[in-house]
Design a binder for this molecule. Sequence first.
Ligand code: ADP
Length: 401
Amino acid sequence: MTASLILVINCGSSSIKCSLFDHEQDHEILSALGERIGSTEATLKWTHDGKKHTVDLGQADHQQALGKVIEAMQSVGIKPQQLLAAGHRVVHGGEAFSASVAITPEVLATIDQLANLAPLHNPANAQGIRALQALFPDLPQVAVFDTAFHQSLPAAAYTYALPYHFYSELGVRRYGFHGTSHRYVSAEAVKRLDLDPDDHRIITAHLGNGCSACAVKNGQSLDTTMGLTPLEGLVMGTRCGDIDPSLHEFLARRLDLSLQDVTAILNKESGLLGISGLSNDMRTLVQAADDGHVQANLALEVFCYRLAKSVAGLAVATGGIDALVFTGGIGENAAGVRERVVTQLHWLGLNLDVTANLSHGRDQMGLVSTTHEPAVMVIPTREEWMIAQDTLTLSQTQWDQ
Ligand code: ADP
């Protein structure tokens, strides 16, 4: 039996998301989502061949949930021996990782240490790695970092104007996130537009619940909007993005809040939700704005203005724009958001094709502008597939010697 399956795992503190790819067929053959792990009501939803299944997990931990994913695979005739390797999404690679790596004990120890930069994410990611190692000690595993693509940022882009020892001693700098998505959609734009791999300038906007934009020149990230944490930059579903750093003290003093209280507000009660007072969901806001909801419309205006301003700012890093690429749930589906953003960037030569934009460029390979140069594109992100690709490449070079 040839092993051709790659298991992609994205492990959160109370969730686990898995995608199974067959590299010989280049598509996802099974997906699974475990939720409320660690509580008494954990569930696993999985899909194979268009059929959806739900399994009650009771009080499962990550390892037990992964065990159930393997059982789900077996129940549809997929054998564990068919697994070639597993790839894990790891949020923070700090300055230690500028590309995906094969997981060794040293790599895992470094991921553990980087928990000081991503205390909510890296421990959960490491837990997923250990859980799979316990189930399959000999299966090659790969780590793919959200931050790695942005390790090419020059010091001028990643340095905060703070006392320098905060960087040298504590690692306080801009790291950026969503790297796998920015890397995938920018490379895809190069292919679709037939741009020179060594001479192109692309701005990518990943707009999901979290949002970030990135300046990509000749395949390298030169600047991005997220920083030390994913709170910096664009307006997001519930995160505020850029604010005056004095706000922490102002709110703490005026409302008698702790630093942690303010941080929680900025992360969970701000952004689209905070401005609209209605929802963090773009679909709800678009509908409400159409129905005359003033704050929903304001939330959209702030979201789009800030994004347009960031795109123009990122063009300083690239020295111009050959293509602006939208991706993520909002970027791929919200035609009105794209229209508001591109209209504000008309002076940069960006012109939307209104009809193509309404159909998300589906019949034009994602092209939604009237011109190719510069182009505006909608490219659905494929982070899991990208993780599978890196895993395949590393498993062939690292372990097959
Ligand atoms: P995550 O960051 O959790 O992966 P997604 O990439 O799925 O999030 O994006 C979620 C966002 O995409 C939500 O704000 C949602 O409202 C928005 N979205 C999804 N479909 C549409 C649509 N048809 N029109 C507008 N917004 C949409």
